[in-house]
Design a protein around this ligand. Structure first.
Ligand SMILES: CC(C)(COP(=O)(O)OP(=O)(O)OC[C@H]1O[C@@H](n2cnc3c(N)ncnc32)[C@H](O)[C@@H]1OP(=O)(O)O)[C@@H](O)C(=O)NCCC(=O)NCCS
Length: 156
């Protein structure tokens, strides 16, 4: 299968938002479309890549950002961070995901990065396997916590 990978832009918003809603279904395509507007407003530090077949059908996407804060397991800064990687089910296991990651790596290198980082939920073992196949090394496992802070009682 011939796959084209291009930097996502305004013309890709409909397809891109639809793919995003498949990966992150807590938000619908309309909400993702609005988020993408903000994403596209920072081209110096964020990139989206769209994979399409020879007919132009969108097959998947990858998003990455530059992170200057500490990134678990990394030694350099800024780090390129893979925020999302998705390929539609019918096109999986054909190398599309690998192609998207290679394009993210090329962008990260062009930004002077020496590390590309990523994360996956602890029970998403398929994602762990894909990361390993794509030459990512596991660094750390973390558990996030939060505590809701109620309004403090007024001091007397
Ligand atoms: C993860 C995902 C993007 C992979 O896309 P893909 O186009 O199928 O990936 P590729 O065909 O390029 O495969 C890349 C490598 O991972 C391997 N791989 C792909 N899916 C795999 C799976 N479910 N389990 C184990 N290995 C897998 C492939 O065999 C390949 O390795 P190889 O080249 O050594 O054979 C796709 O399965 C997906 O969208 N999953 C749901 C979303 C998700 O979990 N995203 C985050 C994952 S990092």
């Amino acid at each position: 299968m011939i796959v084209r990978i291009d930097v996502g832009g305004i013309d890709d918003l409909t397809d891109w938002a639809r793919l995003r809603a498949m990966l992150w279904p807590d938000d619908d395509a309309t909400s993702h479309r609005s988020d993408l507007g903000q994403f596209l407003a920072r081209p110096e530090s964020a990139i989206g890549l769209l994979a399409r077949d020879s007919k132009g059908t969108a097959l998947g996407f990858a998003e990455a950002v530059l992170r200057a804060d500490y990134v678990n397991g990394c030694d350099t800064s800024p780090v390129a961070f893979l925020e999302g990687l998705f390929v539609i089910e019918a096109s999986r296991r054909l190398g599309v995901g690998r192609g998207l990651i290679e394009a993210v790596e090329a962008w990260a290198r062009s930004k002077g990065c020496r590390e590309l980082a990523s994360d996956a939920l602890i029970d998403n073992t398929a994602a762990h396997a894909v990361h390993a196949k794509l030459d990512f090394a596991e660094t750390e496992r973390v558990v996030y916590f939060r505590k809701l802070l109620e309004d403090a009682p007024a001091l007397s």
